[in-house]
Write a protein of this length. Structure first.
Length: 224
């Protein structure tokens, strides 16, 4: 029966070639746009889908009085900390970071990386899966670094990089600051909270004790 239906359809298409061509073309366009719309919806639905307590997470944005003073996605660093101190029953946790691009060195190998200098609440705040290290204390001290599996493989040739060290070039006469990997995360999706500025962050280091800027001792990050 299906064979007969197929034969009838072929005959109809060959007898009305122009009409059939228009129908097939329109059908193809409709299917293509449906797939594109579906992919867009799935992508939007997956934004920050990997972080915990998503419905309770908020981004602090700013409406600057001076035009082009800063991006609306950024805010003054002390704001989140002050909110936590002033409203402890409303604000349970916060994470702020300052994005920088610098050179990361392992021995004689050098790599340019985009690094997030931020609070050590990264893992506890968002619940990113930890492959190696202690999920309860991803940052063991101020000289500890948390990296993703991809950058661990690139820097050290293995994803189990806990205990391995690298140096980060600062803006102070190109001096270097040493860090020891304390935890390795599963790769973070690009449409996650760490990709707000369209950067692919794979290295996270603490703000406190960081010497990247010469005039910013224990400074609060500017992105929150």
């Amino acid at each position: 029966m299906f064979k007969n239906y197929f034969k009838i359809a072929i005959r109809h298409l060959t007898r009305h070639k122009q009409f059939s061509l228009i129908n097939i073309f329109c059908l193809a366009i409709g299917i293509t746009f449906s797939v594109i719309i579906g992919m867009y919806i799935l992508n939007e639905e997956s934004v920050n889908g990997n972080i915990k307590n998503l419905s309770s997470q908020y981004i602090l944005k700013s409406k600057w009085k001076v035009k082009e003073m800063g991006m609306d996605i950024t805010t003054i660093g002390p704001l989140a900390k002050t909110m936590k101190e002033e409203y402890p029953t409303l604000v349970e946790n916060y994470y702020r970071y300052n994005p920088v691009a610098t050179v990361v060195s392992v021995g004689n190998d050098h790599f340019k990386e985009i690094i997030a200098i931020g609070d050590t609440t990264l893992v506890s705040m968002f619940g990113f899966p930890v492959m190696y290290g202690n999920p309860g204390k991803a940052f063991t001290n101020n000289n500890a670094a948390v990296i993703t599996g991809t950058v661990a493989q690139k820097l050290f040739g293995t994803k189990d990089a806990v205990g391995k060290t690298f140096s980060m070039t600062t803006t102070v006469n190109n001096e270097k600051q040493q860090y020891t990997v304390s935890a390795v995360l599963k790769d973070i999706p690009k449409n996650s909270v760490t990709g707000l500025l369209n950067n692919d962050y794979n290295v996270f280091v603490p703000t406190i004790g960081n010497r990247y800027y010469s005039n910013a001792p224990d400074a609060d990050p500017a992105v929150g």
